[in-house]
Design a protein around this ligand. Structure first.
Ligand SMILES: Nc1ncnc2c1ncn2[C@@H]1O[C@H](COP(=O)(O)OP(=O)(O)OP(=O)(O)O)[C@@H](O)[C@H]1O
Length: 309
């Protein structure tokens, strides 16, 4: 894979003295979908705004497709599409004019075939002559995406694409993002919704207080998430686990009154049935059993609160 976006040692201190970014390093591979997760005020918007040239960084470097955003701003910016959080569209303008003007702003030659292709891919072609005010909320969001894609960017930023929308619209938006990926667009989306990151991202980056705490393949995070804990309460406390249970991932807790077993829910066989049978064979009598799952939400909250502590 080749990297399309490279961020190195990026810092931002606002005039107020507040440090919104403290040394962010991040590399985005071409064609991937990265979800940037973080609580309010973590620095997500500041990061995107710097990449898009809306905010000046205090230090560090960013390049898009090899173009430095400071030295080669126009080329770098031309490779980026930004879908903002707020729907700011001229209500009396038609869908077609919105995308046509936007392409013009980037100094790109007229290319109606590309615009048609973008509108079709977002199911907006039939609405091309409609005024923005006649569209539903979901359609307006798709117009924002079409607008951001009008100048053929290679990287698309989606800032909270589904904030405040209902479940059905959210699913629709995920399908749109999947479609864009299939067309080879690299996507970086910020979100508060862990479920959203789980559903559509290839990699997840967690940002808190201006620092990237973790960047990991979603599949690996899911594997961690897939870990479950089985808690076995014993009828009588035991001093130690019999020899045959060593190296089986068991833990004796609560002064010998319970055994905790960690297992992977994604494994074909969890080994629970065999374990229970073996415990019974060893004469260990169970009083109760319960399970709990560690979720991405827990991992995320754990990371963020650890950082705040
Ligand atoms: N223009 C500014 N001047 C001073 N401080 C600012 C400015 N813009 C943002 N901040 C501060 O920088 C920090 C990061 O803000 P930012 O908007 O980047 O966070 P965010 O992760 O996008 O949050 P949210 O999810 O709420 O949009 C916050 O503490 C915010 O108050």
């Amino acid at each position: 894979m080749t990297s399309i976006l490279h961020i190195e040692g990026l810092t931002k201190r606002y005039a107020s003295g507040h440090e919104a970014l403290s040394g962010v390093d991040l590399t985005i591979e071409e064609g991937e979908i990265l979800a940037l997760l973080g609580p309010n005020g973590a620095g997500k918007t500041t990061l995107i705004s710097i990449i898009c040239g809306l905010v000046m960084p205090t230090g560090g470097r960013v390049s898009v497709g090899g173009h430095d955003i400071a030295r080669d701003y126009r080329k770098a910016r031309g490779m980026i599409g930004l879908v903002p959080q707020e729907i700011a569209l001229e209500p009396f303008e038609t869908v077609w004019n919105v995308v046509r003007f936007s392409r013009g702003v980037f100094g790109k030659k007229r290319n109606d075939a590309h615009l048609e292709d973008v509108l079709r891919s977002l199911s907006l072609w039939e609405k091309r002559d409609a005024q923005i005010r006649e569209l539903s909320g979901g359609m307006k969001r798709r117009v924002l995406i079409a607008k951001a894609l009008s100048h053929e960017p290679r990287v698309l930023f989606l800032d909270e694409p589904t904030a405040g929308v209902d479940v059905e619209l959210r699913r629709g938006m995920w399908e749109v993002v999947e479609g864009l990926r299939a067309r080879g667009v690299t996507i970086i989306l910020t979100t508060h919704y862990i479920e959203e990151a789980e559903e559509i991202a290839d990699r997840v980056a967690v940002i808190s207080k201006g620092q990237i705490l973790l960047v990991e393949e979603k599949a690996r995070l899911m594997a961690r998430m897939g870990r479950k804990e089985l808690r076995i309460e014993l009828h009588e406390p035991i001093d130690s686990l019999p020899e045959r249970f060593r190296d089986k991932g068991l833990e004796l807790v609560d002064a010998g009154r319970a055994i905790v077993f960690h297992y992977d829910t994604r494994g074909e066989r969890t080994g629970i049935a065999a374990l229970l049978a073996e415990l019974s064979e060893a004469g260990i009598v169970l009083r109760d059993i319960s399970t709990r799952q560690s979720s991405l939400e827990e991992i995320f909250v754990g990371l963020v609160t650890e950082d705040t502590a």
